[in-house]
Design a protein around this ligand. Structure first.
Ligand code: DX5
Ligand code: ZN
Length: 226
């Protein structure tokens, strides 16, 4: 299976989260954003255990894979990523992010994921301190900073959590992407850019809007001016 690669560090990227899309017509929802030049699609996987919500598993990723060449950025909000990561890689995920709160030996898990042929992300909840990912972050391709408590789209941006990007950028340097997730819209994206983020997940701010091209253009303008 051909895995796509994350765009090189040093470019700003918007990663629309399909959580706010119409799941009955997911292929056309994704095509609408890739037609606007989007290269990364963010897939939120929830197990009803690590977070109080349920979404989808590997079979849905497999079908999405058939309909897009975008990088599939798979955010595992699940208690047992070690049990399921392989199935997501087989289904066509290109990048897999695990929560630091769920893994006993993060360094070994990063290696395990790399051996599956995917690029690797680690993430931390708003209440988890930066120190928890300090040792493993430089080994990853991308660090995801949760700027809401995971589980639902459309929540309010948490500035305190976002400020962790500043310290993380010092830790990982320029070679590792820093992604932010939760409450990102044209009013907050400039702030997280200034904190050091370069990859911006947006669910409600894109798929919650009728005109996705205009929504992406508004985010891009805010990133440029931020
Ligand atoms: C939240 C998810 C997010 C979510 C973001 O648990 O991890 O990816 O889709 O949604 P917005 O952009 O609407 O806050
Ligand atoms: Zn997410």
């Amino acid at each position: 299976m051909t895995q796509r690669r994350l765009p090189k560090a040093g470019t700003f990227q918007i990663a629309p989260s399909v959580l706010s899309a119409d799941f009955a017509v997911l292929a056309s929802e994704i095509a609408e954003v890739t037609d606007s030049g989007i290269e990364i699609i963010h897939l939120d996987v929830m197990d009803g255990h690590f977070v109080p919500n349920l979404t989808f598993g590997p079979p849905v990723v497999k079908w999405i894979r058939k309909h897009t060449d975008a990088v599939l950025d798979t955010h595992l909000m699940i208690t047992d990523p070690d049990k399921y990561a392989e199935r997501f890689a087989e289904a066509g995920s290109d990048h897999i992010t695990f929560h630091i709160e769920t893994v006993a030996d993060p360094k070994a898990f990063v290696k395990y994921l790399r051996d599956l042929g995917v690029t690797v992300g680690v993430t931390l909840n708003p209440d988890t301190p930066v120190e928890a990912v300090e040792a493993v972050a430089p080994l990853c391709d991308m660090v995801l900073v949760m700027t809401v408590n995971p589980g639902f789209g459309g929540q309010s941006f948490m500035d305190d959590a976002a400020q962790k990007c500043i310290r993380l950028r010092q830790i990982v340097g320029q070679a590792v992407r820093i992604e932010v997730d939760g409450g990102i819209d044209p009013t907050t994206v400039g702030t997280v850019k200034r904190y050091g983020a370069d990859t911006f997940v947006a669910g409600n701010a894109i798929f919650g809007k009728p005109d996705r091209a205009a929504a992406i253009a508004a985010l891009r303008e805010a990133i440029e001016n931020g």
